[in-house]
Design a protein around this ligand. Structure first.
Ligand code: NAD
Length: 393
């Protein structure tokens, strides 16, 4: 089958198995070029198939020689239809990790459910014994509560007042003004239920009770702060409330664990192009301006560079983990650099449909977006017939 990108809004409904493999291999090679990390040897990654979770798994396996269990929700391909990118990423990761002698076990299912938690515990017991690190990197629009079966949906809306600002349609390059109406209290509640800390805490409680957390274990979840430009829609919006809840959960769990020498961290990561971030109004334009500035200033990073720094320079540097005044790990210092933000802010005022390719890195944004689905990778023959029906077993 010849597979081409089919873009619908901010999603691509096809993905390319060979391109996804190439994308994963590039990330593995990046990690292999860096000094190795004296890090965890047994790692559970929840949300392991794309974006920050996949990059964390790659750094664990290839930077720190860790055996890994990955949990995710993806669709396999069939003979007639391509699977999701996260499926192909996982096939590629698993093959590479196993050839390098690492254990790599996968659970494809709803991480919010009790069943998947139980399955993960069984797999950890059988294959790893215990884990030294639990990475929580889910990004989902929905969650079914495992006890009440209530289905929550998250929204990307401001709170209190409508928000209007520039946005770009990456498919057409048209810069326009978008207005997003505020979330209702109920929408905020549901967003917190999906993207807040409750499920992370449920995972940690289940893992703890099952005795599969090694002494002195770490757990880390990912959050975002961002600049003034995206504040109303992101950090002060419904998703920001969920991140506040996630961060409060880390503090609470950290207090519980401190007697045992274990830690719960939140890491504030930088803005990158992932399936999750492309859905947020205003953010693609912000990212395009940010990338242009950071590339010019030689400070640009993607998921894999960020996750390598998280392991090598924050969690496992051999020193105390550096935290900000709120107790969070910060990996966004290059994004938030005042000069970078000054340039982005200044360019934001001038950017329009006519100059968007000149003033911003929209071309880089689009190419990164296609790469998420295994397209636009150098050296991949996109006219060749490929087998979409792949598996890691
Ligand atoms: P992503 O969309 O690339 O990855 C999401 C992962 O969650 C995938 O592995 C997917 O399979 C999994 N998943 C979703 N629903 C699931 C379910 N019900 N059961 C099992 N697995 C499920 O997202 P990402 O951008 O890497 O985001 C990960 C975390 O990083 C989020 O907390 C996000 O807020 C945070 N973060 C993202 C950015 C950014 O710019 N993308 C910046 C800072 C922090």
């Amino acid at each position: 089958m010849v597979i081409q990108p089919k873009i619908r809004g901010f999603i691509c409904t096809t993905s390319h198995p060979v391109g996804c493999k190439e994308h994963v291999e590039q990330q593995i090679q990046y990690v292999q070029r860096q000094p190795s990390v004296e890090g965890p040897r047994r790692v559970l990654v929840i949300g392991a198939s794309t974006g920050y979770g996949l990059a964390s798994r790659i750094v664990a396996a290839f930077g720190s020689n860790a055996d890994t269990v990955g949990v995710f929700l993806e669709k396999p391909g069939t003979d007639a239809r391509s699977g999701t990118a996260g499926w192909y990423n996982t096939v590629a990761f698993t093959e590479a990790a196993r050839s390098a002698g690492r254990v790599a076990e996968n659970i494809n299912g709803d991480a919010f459910s009790d069943e998947v938690k139980k399955e993960a515990i069984d797999v950890i017991r059988e294959k790893l014994g215990q884990v030294d690190l639990v990475v929580y990197s889910l990004a989902s629009p929905r969650r079914t509560h495992p006890k009440t079966q209530e289905v929550f949906s998250s929204v990307l809306k401001p709170i209190g007042a409508p928000f209007s600002d520039k946005t770009v349609d990456p498919n057409t390059g048209v810069v326009s003004t978008v207005t997003v109406n505020p979330a209702s209290e109920e929408e905020v509640r549901q967003t917190v239920a999906v993207m807040g800390g409750e499920d992370w805490e449920m995972w940690m409680k289940a893992l703890m009770e099952a005795g599969v957390l090694a002494p002195g274990f770490n757990t880390v979840a990912y959050s975002y702060l961002g600049p003034q430009l995206t504040r109303a829609i992101y950090r002060d919006g419904a998703i920001g409330r969920a991140k506040d809840d996630l961060e409060a959960t880390a503090k609470r769990m950290n207090q519980q664990y401190s007697a045992e020498g274990a830690h719960a961290f939140v890491s504030i990561n930088k803005a990158v192009v992932t399936q999750a971030s492309s859905a947020i109004p205003v953010v693609p334009l912000y990212i395009s301006l940010l990338f242009k500035t950071m590339k010019e200033r030689n400070t640009h990073e993607d998921c894999i560079e960020q996750m390598y720094r998280l392991f090598a320079q924050r969690l496992y540097s051999g020193e105390a983990v550096p935290l900000d005044e709120e107790g969070r790990i910060r990996l966004d210092e290059l994004e938030m650099d005042p000069e970078t933000q000054r340039i982005v802010h200044e360019t934001w005022k001038r950017v329009n449909t006519d100059n968007v390719y000149e003033l911003s890195d929209l071309a880089g944004y689009k190419s990164d977006f296609l790469k998420l689905f295994g397209f636009a990778l150098d050296g991949v023959d996109y006219d060749a017939d490929v087998n979409p029906n792949l598996s890691w077993e």
